[in-house]
Ligand binder design. Structure first.
Ligand code: ATP
Ligand code: MG
Length: 573
């Protein structure tokens, strides 16, 4: 491809809309252009890299025996009602009306569709196992679309669904996808690793996310350098042992005018450390209240709470609901003396004594609270979010918490969808059984941006060879057709293209500095510069993106480029 014939609108400055570096580079390198919040056009360079990521995904999925299909993005809401996710998916589900005012759903994911398909096509144990996948556009009405392709409202996902005879076979399918994901990300030049994750609204218990550590990532992971334990903080455990000194004094009320928060109480004149306070939260789950107790220095983990309540349809109670239930406003709430409402206390509060909590009277708290004595109906559960430095649940060494980007996720789903949507098979004895399912997603467009997030420097993108839009940029420093540099450039272009190398020829009438800067910005892994001065010395200049410049005889250049491209691709196999 000749630069002048392509559309590569590079920008010197970062557009103000881009908050993170990879998003800035996507725009500056002319890879994407915004249409509206969370909606992007892929420009010619972007399309080339996107197709390469898709191709890697496709090759590895095919190699694992999965079958590519394509399902409609527009879906009937009835199947979402059948699976129970019409409500659970909440506001993120895009809904549209047809001319007859009938409602449709724009698929955020395809469990409902694929299970309906399987229900029609699978009838016998002989057809299993089967894994169906597609590379498709998804729609999610994200509350905050941002960071370019990272959190878009329309994005491309590879989603796969396995159907198996039983749990054991389903686990084997899961392992195979887990290994396949490892290969896919490695081939993309991305250092992604699996972490234990929470199943959330998907149902099912066993799940890993594949994440790329990055300060700009929207998920947090807890990991242990010593033993390799790694989990999303939504799921992560830790070994924290709390020791409390027994305080046998009776609970007593004291005045705390104006105190609204744990922090207020930890300051003068009260000076009660957060670790000595009980934080009381009121949640409503399917119209029923629940009281949650945490130690004052910990935060609630909503993913764990969902597991305990058995639903994702919960929310913090409103002030009115709280006053009606507890008789006081937030800031003075406590569970002492409360009956008839389920109370869940975090495990860390087990044995807590000498604690301070709200008195359910505005402007009053209680001290000398002993949880076993004063809140006997509390059920102890794990609902807190782990903190940096706590002991690893596996080996006891300190955990680190870091931000990361989730690029993929594998789930073992069980039979939730097959039961709801009738994907059953008859076994050898003719008995009807639900297929055991797994589902496996990769955010293809998010992965593309994550690759940039991990591969850039001050000059721009540094694409791994496997996903670079072009493998080499030929840069003649004189573009007159009869000039020596251009004659060589044309020869290289023809020979490299014939050898299957993807070449971009910078035939623009620009200063060398501009050409070099642009080829670095768009991240082409190799650059072959041909100038009159160097030709006079009998050489051309080959430079790896971000590496040293080597001079070669022009006759050797083609072979050297082919060798380097092959070597780089080999490394990423
Ligand atoms: P997140 O927690 O980031 O919202 P998710 O867990 O809801 O993502 P999944 O349902 O697991 O996402 O979807 C599979 C993959 O699709 C994710 O691992 C991610 O790479 C990608 N993805 C999800 N939401 C978006 C989005 N809004 N924009 C771009 N990619 C996305
Ligand atoms: Mg996910």
């Amino acid at each position: 491809m000749r630069w002048t014939k392509s559309l590569i609108p590079t920008l010197r400055e970062s557009p103000a809309e881009a908050e993170i570096l990879s998003h800035q580079l996507l725009l500056r390198a002319g890879i994407i252009r915004k249409l509206a919040a969370g909606l992007y056009n892929f420009m010619p360079l972007g399309m080339r890299s996107l197709r390469k990521v898709q191709q890697i995904v496709r090759e590895e999925m095919d190699r694992a025996g999965a079958l590519e299909i394509l399902m409609p993005a527009l879906q009937p809401p009835e199947i979402w009602q059948k699976s129970g996710r019409y409500d659970a998916a909440g506001d993120t589900l895009f809904k549209v009306n047809d001319h007859g005012k009938r409602e449709w759903v724009l698929g955020p994911t395809h469990e409902e569709v694929v299970t309906t398909l399987a229900a029609g096509e699978i009838s016998s144990y002989r057809q299993l196992p089967i894994n169906l996948y597609q590379i498709q556009t998804k729609f999610r009405d994200e509350i905050r679309p941002r960071f370019g392709l990272m959190r878009a409202r329309e994005f491309i996902m590879k989603d796969a669904y396995s159907f198996d005879l039983n749990d054991e076979a389903s686990m084997a399918s899961y392992r195979l996808m887990y290994d396949t994901y490892t290969k896919i990300f490695r081939r993309c030049g991305l250092k992604a690793f699996p972490v234990e994750a929470d199943a959330g609204v998907m149902g099912g218990k066993h799940t890993h996310e594949f994440v790329v550590p990055a300060d700009t990532g929207e998920c947090e992971i807890a990991f242990c350098d010593a033993c390799g334990y790694a989990a999303n903080v939504e799921k992560a455990d830790s070994q924290v042992e709390a020791s409390y000194t027994k305080d046998t004094a009776a609970a007593e009320a004291f005045e705390t005018p104006g105190v609204k928060t744990i922090e207020d109480l930890s300051k003068a004149p009260f000076n009660i450390p957060a670790s000595q306070q009980i934080k009381t939260l009121i949640f409503t789950a399917e119209d029923k209240p629940a009281i949650l107790l945490l130690r004052g220095d910990y935060q609630l983990n909503e993913a764990k709470l969902a597991g305990i309540l058995g639903t994702v349809l919960f929310r913090p109670a409103t002030d009115e609901e709280i006053v009606a239930l507890m008789g006081a406003h937030p800031g003075s709430l406590g569970a002492v003396g409360v009956n008839g409402t389920p109370i869940y206390a975090d495990l860390l509060l087990q044995g807590a004594s000498g604690m301070v909590t709200g008195a359910n009277k505005d402007g009053q708290h209680l001290r000398h609270v002993d949880i076993a004595r004063d809140i006997p109906s509390a059920k102890f559960v794990d609902i807190r979010t782990v903190k940096d430095g706590e002991a690893c649940p596996k080996c006891g060494k300190p955990l680190c918490i870091r931000h990361a980007i989730e690029v993929g996720q594998v789930f073992k789903l069980g039979t939730k969808y097959s039961v709801a949507l009738g994907a059953v098979y008859s076994d050898e004895k003719g008995e009807q059984k639900p297929c055991v399912m797994g589902c496996y997603g990769i955010g293809v467009t998010r992965t593309l941006q994550a690759i940039i997030e991990q591969n850039f420097d001050k000059d721009g993108i540094n694409w791994p060879m496997s996903v670079a839009p072009y493998q080499v940029c030929i840069t003649p420093l004189n573009i007159a057709a009869d000039s020596e540099p251009m004659k060589w450039a044309e020869k290289f272009y023809a020979e490299l293209t014939a050898a299957g190398i993807e070449v971009l020829m910078d035939d623009r009438d620009e200063r060398p500095g501009v050409k070099f800067k642009d080829s670095e910005l768009i991240g082409i892994p190799l650059r072959l510069a041909i100038g009159e001065k160097s030709l006079a010395k009998g050489v051309v200049e080959l430079k790896r993106r971000g590496g040293d410049l080597i001079t070669l005889k022009p006759e050797e250049a083609v072979a050297e480029v082919i060798k380097l491209v092959k070597e780089e691709l080999q490394k990423l196999q």
